[in-house]
Design a protein. Sequence first.
Length: 671
Amino acid sequence: MRQSRSKIGVALAVGILGALVAAAGPARAADTFAWAPADTEAVRRGREVANNFGLLNLVELTLEVDNVYSDANRAALAEVERRLADVPGVRHVFGPAGLLDIAVDGDGKPTARPLLLRGGGEVEGEEARTRVARRADALGWFLGGNGRFARVFVELGGGDVAAARPALSEALRASGLGLGPEVGADAFSARGLWPDPRARGARWLPAALTAAWVLFLVLAGFKARPLTGRLSPGGATGVVIAAMLGAAAPFIAVDVPNVRVTGFAAAFAAAAAVVLGLALERGRGPNRRRWNHFARPPFALFALALASVATLVAFVPQLRVGTHQWSEAPLLFVDVRADLEQPVVLHELQRLADVVRAQPGVAAAWSAADLFAAVETEGAPARRVPADVEDVRRVLFQARTDPAVALELTADHREALVVVRFQEGSAGIDARLALVDRLAAYERAELRGHVVSVDLRDPTLAPITNGVAKGLLASDTRERVARLCAAAGRPLTRNELVAVERVARQTATIPTADPARLAGELIADARTFVAGYPVRLHASEQEHLIAALVALPFDDTEAELRRVVTTAYGERLTERVLADTTSIWWRRLAAVRWRHTARLNLAAMLTAAELPTEGELADEVRGATLEGMGPAVGIPVAAATPRSLALDVAVTGGAANDAALSAAWLDGLRL
């Protein structure tokens, strides 16, 4: 009879587990966002970002390459993308072959050339490496600075990598790309940018662990059964119900449908474990000599149970929950909605990316503003975000086909991403939730959510506004130089910080000049212009005009310049031509003075920070110093201020989903 009951119990346990697995079918159709609370900003914004940028089904393929900057491999990258695009199920491919190098001529006209494939030879390969190093977004998305790996992103219908893996591997091997010696049969590793936790079986893992733990408790309890007496049918039913309630409790109060389903799964798994334990123990038969020492549990057992409940209640306020359902996601996205053609908005985007780069667990961070760090403008001593909206618009239009820009900036330039790549290993996983919290705190306390754009070149600018703008420029320059040096592993000492702050204030407020050198540069430019001007002057008239131009002060007005030009040309120019000529002269003189001052400021900043004049860090510090000269400044203001530019920022991605789920889970446990 006991063996028959044991068999019935085992069959019942197996039946419960079978029903549990069968019930999993409808739940498997849920998407990745179904595991986080739907009413949170992270999930709502995450769905929108995934749709706007096409990230939901995007898979990152990492390829180990012997040297991605060699002639053969740079040429093979385009073939890689072409063959991957031909794989059934692949809708779109983003790869490094389409990266662009943009240059701006003296007239402000941008042109684009391929960033990687521009010629052959070892020298060209090293120059391509240098060009890529200037763009943090190109490195973050696609390439390793050491040339040992490349990344390609493919959009798969349904995101099923396993089904497409053989065809993807075959396409990569047939492309001619020189893969590294340690590459296995698959030729690549793949990770979804927004992976579904179900993909690694996490849906039923809590239920399985709960069932195993309950089974352990049941078996341990049956070992102590001589102290408690035989279980009646009612008692056995009570144990089953108690196990189900205990197993479901950590899940059922969480306001996330899929988590609650997991709680029901854990409850049924616990019931199956108890039934199985009862059946196995009953089949072994009781030890009748020690069966009824305590017909009822002693009072100490109830006291122990109450003590455990009281301890839980006491520690609930200090309880912390950290879920890692999306720990496979390699990236985090900070969504920024604003007018990305405004220079001051791009500066704030840079500032946000700099803050993120300095956080623990972050391997890299980048944004669309990094494109301008590689744009070389003719006559400019360093690279920077252009000061005028039209110049920004022209560069972004020229870069519209660049794959990095396509992944991080919408076509209407109204939404952009600051992308964060986590460090690999446990250090990166442990830092993810903390990073989401820090970014949320930055958004609340430090982000300039509304700014008014101020142009320091405007002669009608109020003195108080001018002073505030220049003070803001100086403080931002100091902070940015310090962050760049710290991120490069070269933190500034206290004395260097003081020197950097002095140069930053000088850069923002006082036009520095070497009078003798500046006069020579102005004379050279003036002679070039006069020699090519249609209306000729005698040699003596030319010298008088050039001397008068050089003598003009830094803050000269266009009216003062017009008097000088009128004196030189007199009635030989009509009013319209005189006005046009004066305007051209005024812009040329301002450009010469600005370049002269910029060179001195850049040299002073490198000296203050005790940095070498060559290298990636020197280039970044030069760019930060150049932006510290203005003229575009974003002054933070209240939300209702007229003409203010709004920046709507939200953290999205797998880590943000984890943070939202962790908060919901903590609320459920407290309940």
